[in-house]
Every structure is written in C-alpha cells, then in structure tokens.
Ligand binder design. Sequence first.
Ligand code: NAP
Length: 476
Amino acid sequence: MLRTGGVATMASSRHHQQQQQQPRARAQLARRTRAVVAPARRPCSVSVTAAAAGPTASSSPLHAWSRRPSAGAATAAAAAAGAGRHPPSSSATTTTPTRTRHRRPLRVSALDAALPFDFEHRARRALESERKLTVGIVGFGTFGQFLARRLAAAGHRVLATSRADYSREAQEMGVAFFSDADAFCEEHPEVVVLATSILSTERVLRALPLQRLKRSTLFVDVLSVKAFPKQLLQRLLPPETDILCTHPMFGPDSGRGSWQGLNLMYERVRVLSDADDGARREARCANLLRFFADEGCRMVEMACEEHDRVAASTQFITHTVGRVLGAMDLRATPIDTRGYKALLELVDNTRNDSFELYYGLFLYNRASADELERLERALDQVKGGLFDQLHEIARRQIFPATPPGSPGSASDADGAPNGGRGAARGRDVVAELLPAAARSLEEEEEEEAESNGRALPPVGSAPQRRLGDGSGVVRR
Ligand code: NAP
C-alpha cells in the first residue's frame, strides 16, 4: 500500500507517536472512569410527585435499578455534571449493577396531581347545576324576550307562552315555546315570570291553568307598577305558592349592552321558608335574584308601595317628557349641544315602549295622576315667567311716563284696570312683540267665555285683562 518512502516514513513516525501517547491516554481514561462509576454510598428512596401521571400511576413502586440507563437518567446525569453536581446514583448502577443488587429498591410514590383540581371543578359544576332554574315566562313580548335571552344565555332552562305565536323567536334564543298554556304548565317550571302588559295581567293570570303547576311554584312579576301586582298575586294565587315582585328599572333600550349598575327593585312578598321544603324555596328565590346580581344589576329591596310613590315622579315623568318631546318630532342637527343630545336619547329610550305600557303606568299607579298635574303646573309656571317678562316690557312701552290716575294710566279714576287707550296700545305692542302669544291668549279667553255661557267680550279685551292689571302676574 505504501508506494513511496516519504509516505512510509510519515506513517511510521505517526505510529510511533501514537504508541508513545497511549499509556498517558489510558491513564487519563481510567481516572475519568473511576470518577464516574464511583458507587453511591447509601441507598436512596425518592418520593416523586408525578404531575403528569394518570390515575393508574398512583403509588406504583418503580425499581430504580436498571441494567440499562434510560434516556432520562442519562440526561439527568449530563445535566448534573454540567451543573457541577454529582450525577444521581442511578447512573452509577449502569456500569456496576452487581454492586447494588442487595440494596432496597427505589420506591416512587406518584400522586394523581389532577385530583384536587378535578374535585374542585366537579364541586363547582354541581353547585352551578343546583343554581340553574327552569323558568317559564308568560307574555313573550318585548320585555319577555329581552329577559328570556339573558336567562337562557346564563344557562337556565327557559320556557315561554304568549297570546301570539313566537316559536321562531324562541327557537333562535334556545327557548321552548308553548302556544298552549296547559302544555306550558305541565312542564312544571319552578319559576313562573309574568311579563304581560300591566293592563292584561289580571286576565292572563286568571286564564292560566294553575292546577297544572306545582303548588310550590315561585311566581315573579316584572310589571312596572308594583302595588297592583302584589295585591293581585296575593289574591289569585294558591297560598302554597311563593311570590316575588320585581321591577327591572331598565328595558331593551337602556339595558341593550350590559346590565351593569342598572337598578333592580324587588320585594320578597311571600317565600314560605317555614314549609317542609323551606330551604329549597329560599334557595330558589335567592338563585333568581342572583341571576340579576350576576348580570351586574344593583339590587334594591323595597316595598312595592314605596316603589310606586317614587316611580311616579321618576319613571312616569321620564316617560311623559320623552313622549312629549317625541310628539314634537325633535331631530338631530349638526350643532347639537350635549343637553339636546340627552333629550334625543330620552326620546329614543321611551319611543319603543308601547303606549299600553305607558298607559298602565298611569292607570295602575295612583301617584301618576298627581305627578302629571304637578308637571302641568310646573310648565305653566315656567311659561308664566316668560310672559311676565314680556308683560313688563309691554307695560313700560305703553305707559312710558303717564302719571297715575290720568287717562291711559294703569288704572282709571274709578280703579278699573286698563279700560282706556293705554290698554289698546298694550294690545298692539304685545301683538307686535309676540303675535302668536297674543292670539293664543285671545282664543283662550274666547273659549272660557263660551264655556261660561257669557257673551264674548269686545275684541281685544282678553289681553287687556291679562296684561293690564300692572301686577306683573299672568292670571288665569
Ligand atoms: P307591553 O306592551 O307592556 O306587554 C306586552 C306583552 O303583554 C306581550 O307579551 C303581550 O302578549 C301581552 N299581552 C298584551 N295584551 C294581552 C292580552 N290581552 N292577553 C294576553 N297577553 C297580552 O310591553 P313589554 O315592554 O313587553 O312589557 C311587558 C311587561 O314588562 C310590562 O308589565 C312592563 O311593565 C314590564 N316591563 C317593561 C319594561 C320595558 O322596558 N319594556 C321594563 C321593565 C318592565 P302577545 O305579544 O302575545 O300579544
């Protein structure tokens, strides 16, 4: 194989070098090997918590002594060496199995680490399912659907019945719809929510086949007036039923996105906690209230009568003003102020509520009529303030410097107010300043005279009486 002497010389010199190096290398290797295979002085018992172990792996004894090192053991040894530690004793056994045979086997106790979490999860699931209710909604109109959608989304089983057919809407939101009230009741909902119009509630309740429901059913109403349904439910329902009166102070418009911070008024009118199943009844009522609280509602416990007193001057007035402004057909403009935008929002929030709802607020809450009267008086007062100013300006123009008692002054010699030429001038000035106002005053006066059966006063006398007494007050 060696063709040239030069090459042969090189090869033989390399061989010579290798021979010289061999004893040194062997000695180094022997030193390293001794260090690696040094046997463990004590047997070790390791308890390992195997996070990833399945249930079957629990407490299984594993024999750590193995003739072949596992990939994991080799890696551990390498890692330990790299970290400047001694490798685990198991790696020593790979090269000297005979020396360790008599030692006790390594026992590994593996605990199913998933167990506590699983237990927690299962407990939570059990609690949640306990809290889920079967809720039947009677009256599947605007508010009934609004409520049903949220209840279904929260995991409650929702049934509904109504005069009209809402099967399609119900199906879309995962609600079981029953056109037949008997079939609805035979589903035995634990909670029956009355979401019918205020005006129809009594009729609907009387027509409901209550005998098909469980005697212990919880009846809830969401009517916007409260004393009326409270009395009605107490009067018409069997005494074994529970009654919870609520008023969610919001609707599909004001509660469109979230219910966070929106008020929910309620009164636990009758929850029979002394009954045999008292604890269950309490829990059921609490679960329903919890649904609203979980949605973010501000829970306000209040007597129904108190609610009506307060709501007449808040809710009814809001609806009334919203409707009045709506009737004015207000429109957005490019220069809207914040205040005006708020008014438009008010119109928007009330426009979609049915007139029946508004009428119900008026008819079934005694305080509403008083509030309407107060609103009217307040409007008159504000109008009066404006006309007073106008009157003052007119008076100054009519009687610039006339001394009292002279013809044309504020009163004639006999004390009759504004009978002379000054009054005529006053009319002209008012007509000039505010023609529409002068006209409406005249018309009003004519109507009044007609209704009193009196002969009409001479043309133009209405403003005389109103504007000429000099008191600065517009009198009716
Ligand atoms: P609503 O006009 O007051 O009520 C409509 C509901 O009443 C519909 O389900 C309708 O059934 C039913 N109904 C009307 N007349 C009936 C009759 N003669 N027989 C049987 N059912 C009749 O509008 P709503 O907004 O949905 O209000 C429902 C209830 O929720 C009211 O009591 C209201 O005070 C209360 N509420 C409403 C709001 C809200 O913002 N809208 C907020 C809180 C509370 P059909 O559709 O099948 O005809």
